[in-house]
Design a protein around this ligand. Sequence first.
Ligand code: DC
Length: 222
Amino acid sequence: MRPKGVVIAIDGPAGSGKSTVAQKLAKRLGYLHIDTGAIYRSLAFWALERQLPLEDGEAIARLASELSFEYDEAGLKVGGVRLGQALRHERVAEVAARLACYPQVREILLQVQRDLGAEGGVVLEGRDIGTVVFPDAELKVFLTASEEERALRRWREEKARGFDSSLEEVRASIRRRDEQDARREVAPLRVAQDALQIDTTGREVEGIVAEIEGAVRKKLKG
Ligand code: DC
């Protein structure tokens, strides 16, 4: 057992419900919730801000190695700044998915994520947590949902944040990103062999969180 508790890995495509579920689960367990997508998004944000050439993997990797990544109860600070809502735009997500294909970038961020979760007592959400970042996680969960529902969730989120993309644009963006995440050569999105798979389509968040919490409690007892 790790000093602060177990590691729970939650993976799945965009809009599958990872963030909502991971947040609530972490709260119930008194664990830290680590959104690893926000780490990739922060890198994308700074690369855009500094107008780096996005096709230059070396330049992006250099930026990743220069930035500081800290995580606490209030969330993520990258380069000393809490980027918060600035990370949520779909454009930032698209650039994040693109930069996430560079092996040299993934290598740096892999270490960042492992350091953040090393002591346990964490719920990490992402694409490759159970397969690559913490293959020894005590519990692995893979969330899915229909493409229609995932697009609708993201579109509602964007609207609530005051961004005005159309449902069609959000759907197309999610589809592009899914393809990129699943096709990339290093650490593509795939289901870990020993993951608990949950289809969240049409399901209430509370029920899903309770199902995962039950699995965690069972692990902790066993
Ligand atoms: O979870 P998200 O939508 O915030 O993630 C944004 C992008 O970051 C995602 O499309 C791919 C990349 N990502 C990744 O490659 N590996 C992770 N563990 C998390 C995110």
